[in-house]
Every structure is written in structure tokens, then in C-alpha cells.
Ligand binder design. Structure first.
Ligand code: SF4
Length: 349
């Protein structure tokens, strides 16, 4: 039941002895006083109840190639209706989407001209069907903090034969992930770095290991298709130790057929003074991934490097998919198998 446009009772919280409310949607575990917001700006305490103030608050939407998420091994060449809201539960110093991740929702009605009412799950499905989308993607900002609306919309999307994608930082508690799990097909999850020190400095979060737990659970309990991305930032997460740790974990926990995207950092937000990631660094990162046993390591955000976005058969090396930018040409697949040797590729079609 809507209390007012965009605001509904939130899920996942508990009363705290201090009289405040503890939000349990993500591992930030914000302790929120009456009339105040949590860290992400999307959950607010009013009359002793936690409210989500972003139900259906869509501030950007458009049709994208699925490759843009980035998802290269999931319905390659398909079109996805993408949409995003406001806010984030992380505060990354290199954020590539700060204009939508950092504003507070109380101000955004005026800034964006929104406020005519929420976009309902039915609106999303109608739009997706009318645009011939193959699926929908929650993206641009962090969808975890859109939990209530994302769950409702995902259920309806599945009822209507659309695939569902979360492009996410994977900083979510187990219970909400388990609620979403049956209705999400793919999790395009960042692994931004390695270790608590990095996440404290870079993302301003405690309990960084919860990210790995969520990605592991999305794959191994809920059976989602997983692709991981590391935006490689010079001087922050481009060292061999970090890259080896990420690649080793993905190989061991998610399996060698899990794609790892190593993407070029473009100066943004509080790291606007840095240079973009050199191509040599990304080539080194890709080699680390391949040496760890991963079969699909893609370099993103770089033009002019031949073949680093293509998919090859993990067994015989046959070219399966040729990519140029977001243009995708399937050359060697028979269903989800290599057309030449019959090997299972892990590519979802
Ligand atoms: S979802 Fe938002 S309010 Fe809740 S714990 Fe996470 S950052 Fe805090």
C-alpha cells in the first residue's frame, strides 16, 4: 500500500534498545533515529517505522545491449530495458555514476523534475514489451536499496517471460538476497578490490567479506548467471596481489567459466586527478585472470585492443562470439555448446 508517492513500509529492520531502528537490508546496518535517513538515503524512520522512500523512483531509463551491463555470456546480442533510481549504500571515491548515487532523495524531486508519481512494475513490463525487450536490468545506481520495488518488478517480469538482471555491488544481507534469488536470472557484480583496508578507504564500508558471500550465494544457492567486474584504478587495486586474489577467488568459488571483466578506470568523482588505467595494466590483469584458470577475461572501456572482448571455446579455442564495441556476432555456438567440439561453454542463450 502506498503511503504517498514513492514511499512504502520497508522490509528488513529491527528495533534497537536505543529507540532507533537498525536497518538490515545491507551489511552497513545503519542505526537510524526518528526522522532521519540511513546512509543510502533511501530508508527513513517515521513514527517508529522504517520506510523505503524510493518505490518506483526511476530517474533514468533506456534500451541497452546486454553487453553494456557488462554481461557478455548472458543472452549475447539481446536488448534489455534498463533503469535506475537514486542513492547508493557504498561511497566509492571513484564512482562513475556520482550524479545519481550521491544526491539525497528529498532534493531530487526538484532537481530532476520527477514527482508525478512512481513508475509501477506494470509500467516497466508494459514498456519492456512495447519496446520488444528480451529482459530488464536494474542498473545505473545500486538496485539493492530498491529492494521492495525491485522484487515486485522482477516477479512480474518473470511472469511475462522477461529475463531479469541486477547490476550490483553485491553488498546485501542474506535474507533479502534469498527473497530476490528466485526472481533474478543474472548478477553482474563488482569485485572492486580485496580486503577490509581497501574497502574502508575506497568504498567506506565495514564487513567487506559480505560482498563475496552474496556473490557466492547468488551463484551456488540461487543459480544465477554471474559475471564479475573490477574497475582497475591505478595505485589502488592494480597490484598483482589484489588481482591474483580476485581471480583466484572467482575461479575457485564461481568456477572457471565465470567471466571476469577488467575495465579501464576513467577519472571521476574524487579521483578526477588520476590518469585513466594504462592498457598495459589491463593486459596484465587479463593475463593474471587467464593464468588463474578463468576462461573468459574481458577488457572493457578500451578501444583498439584486438580480441580482448571475444569469447573462445574453453576447450578447443574456437571463436564463439566476436565483439566490436557493443556489436556482437555469434560465430561458433550451437545453443550453449561449442559448434566445433561440443564443449559446454556456460554461455546462456
Ligand atoms: S540499505 Fe541503506 S539504510 Fe539500510 S543498512 Fe544499507 S545503507 Fe543503511
Amino acid at each position: 500500500m502506498l503511503l504517498k508517492p514513492f514511499t512504502i513500509p520497508a522490509q528488513f529492520y529491527e528495533d534497537h534498545p536505543s529507540g532507533k531502528i537498525r536497518c538490515l537490508l545491507c551489511p552497513m546496518h545503519c542505526l537510524i533515529a526518528e526522522g532521519k535517513d540511513g546512509f543510502c538515503g533511501t530508508r527513513r524512520v517515521r513514527n517508529g517505522v522504517l520506510e523505503a522512500v524510493n518505490w518506483g523512483l526511476v530517474v533514468s531509463a533506456g534500451m541497452d545491449p546486454i553487453e553494456k551491463k557488462p554481461l557478455y555470456n548472458f543472452h549475447p546480442g539481446s536488448a534489455t530495458l534498463s533503469f535506475g533510481g537514486l542513492g547508493c549504500n557504498l561511497s566509492c571515491i571513484h564512482c562513475q555514476n556520482a550524479s545519481i548515487s550521491t544526491p539525497r532523495i528529498t532534493r531530487m524531486g526538484r532537481i530532476t523534475g520527477m514527482g508525478n508519481g512512481p513508475m509501477t512494475p506494470e509500467d516497466v513490463i508494459r514498456t519492456a514489451v512495447s519496446r520488444n525487450a528480451d529482459g530488464i536490468s536494474f542498473t545505473y545506481n545500486e538496485p539493492t536499496i530498491w529492494f521492495e520495488w525491485a522484487l515486485e518488478t522482477s516477479k512480474l517480469a518473470k511472469d511475462n517471460g522477461l529475463y531479469t538482471v541486477f547490476v550490483t555491488n553485491a553488498y546485501i544481507e542474506r535474507e533479502p538476497l534469498d527473497a530476490l534469488g528466485p526472481y533474478l536470472d543474472a548478477y553482474a557484480a563488482d569485485i572492486k578490490g580485496w580486503g577490509q583496508d581497501f574497502h574502508t578507504k575506497f568504498c567506506k564500508i565495514p564487513r567487506w567479506e559480505k560482498i563475496l558471500e552474496a556473490i557466492d550465494r547468488a551463484k551456488n544457492v540461487h543459480g544465477m548467471h554471474i559475471e564479475t567486474t573490477t574497475n582497475v584504478v591505478p595505485g589502488y587495486n592494480d597490484d598483482d596481489t589484489t588481482l591474483n586474489s580476485i581471480a583466484g577467488w572467482v575461479t575457485e568459488k564461481l568456477g572457471p567459466l565465470t567471466p571476469w571483466h577488467v575495465s579501464r578506470f576513467i577519472p571521476h568523482h574524487k579521483l578526477g586527478h588520476l590518469d585513466p588505467t594504462p592498457a598495459d595494466t589491463l593486459i596484465r590483469a587479463r593475463k593474471i585472470g587467464l593464468d588463474a584458470g578463468l576462461k573468459y577475461v574481458y577488457i572493457g572501456n578500451v578501444h583498439g585492443l584486438e580480441g580482448v572482448e571475444d569469447s573462445h571455446c574453453p576447450k578447443c579455442g574456437e571463436l564463439l562470439i566476436k565483439r566490436t564495441g557493443y556489436y556482437t556476432r555469434i560465430t561458433g555456438l550451437d545453443g550453449d555448446k561449442c559448434a566445433k567440439c561440443g564443449e559446454a561453454t556456460g554461455i546462456v542463450r
